[in-house]
Write a protein that binds this ligand. Structure first.
Ligand SMILES: [Zn+2]
Ligand SMILES: [Zn+2]
Length: 73
């Protein structure tokens, strides 16, 4: 009687659009991987509309990834 574990899948980082870098520096949202691990079904961040960019440091709700439920390692 156990709940099935939440499913996660890689999604493209919105902050760097999968490039892994932003402005010549390692992307702070995905740590340079270009992808982030997101709980499925993936939901875009409502605060930044999935862009990851709300201010210069990125969106505080999604950490700049553009997704909700991002698994941090
Ligand atoms: Zn990124
Ligand atoms: Zn956001």
């Amino acid at each position: 009687m156990s709940m099935s574990p939440a499913k996660h899948a890689p999604e493209t980082c919105a902050f760097c659009k999968g490039a892994g870098e932003s402005g010549g520096r390692r992307c702070p949202a995905c740590c340079g991987r270009g992808m982030v691990t997101v709980a499925q079904p993936a939901k875009r961040c409502a605060l930044c509309n999935g862009t990851g960019r709300l201010c210069i440091k990125g969106c505080p709700a999604c950490g700049g990834t553009g997704w909700m439920g991002v698994l941090r390692e």
